[in-house]
Design a protein around this ligand. Structure first.
Ligand SMILES: [Fe+2]
Length: 180
């Protein structure tokens, strides 16, 4: 199996020119790193926790959107992959419900840290399943299409990220209110 580079080469303006699995794996690595930072911040600043939480939830929302809109419909064309996609969609629904719950918590709420750690645990299991089972199958069955799929994912990611930064800059996040 090809090694999927997940370095900063796949971030920002270098988003383009990567195959689909490299891009999705880079997202996985990025959110894993943010969760590590969040865990470290639990011992210190609540403003740092809040800002990492906003980043993590934003990245997860964009990533699940990309997979559901572009990646899963394509790979579902292969019958062997359909059950894996069904399982992944259940994981995504769970992640989205958890994000919704976290959005309504104040950063000082005792449930905030534990809810984020639960989200981290669930996301890590989902990533593990995708990278070790689903992506390996996709590599075998869609190897000729992964570059074109990567381009589609990169274009859509750019649009979604631009949209998200606009709405974030327009929103006025209250220091004392819920996380979002
Ligand atoms: Fe996923």
């Amino acid at each position: 199996m090809r090694i999927h580079s997940s370095t900063s080469a796949t971030r920002g303006k270098d988003l383009f020119g990567n195959d689909a699995l490299t891009l999705l794996s880079a997202d996985h690595q990025s959110v894993t790193e943010l969760f590590d930072l969040f865990e470290a911040a639990l011992e210190s600043s609540s403003s740092e926790q809040k800002s990492l939480c906003v980043k993590i939830c934003g990245e997860l929302e964009i990533h699940t959107h990309l997979e559901e809109e572009i990646f899963y419909p394509t790979i579902s064309q292969d019958a062997k992959l359909r059950p894996l996609v069904t399982e992944a969609l259940t994981d995504h629904a769970n992640v989205k419900a958890q994000i919704q719950k976290i959005r309504n918590l104040h950063v000082e709420d005792p449930q905030f840290g534990s809810s984020m750690l639960q989200l981290m645990d669930d996301v890590e299991k989902h990533i593990d399943e995708e990278e070790n089972v689903m992506f390996a199958e996709v590599e075998k069955r869609f190897s000729g299409e992964l570059d074109a799929l990567g381009l589609q994912i990169a274009q859509r990611k750019q649009e979604l990220s631009d949209h998200m930064s606009t709405s974030m800059s327009e929103s006025n996040i209250s220091k004392d209110g819920p996380v979002f």
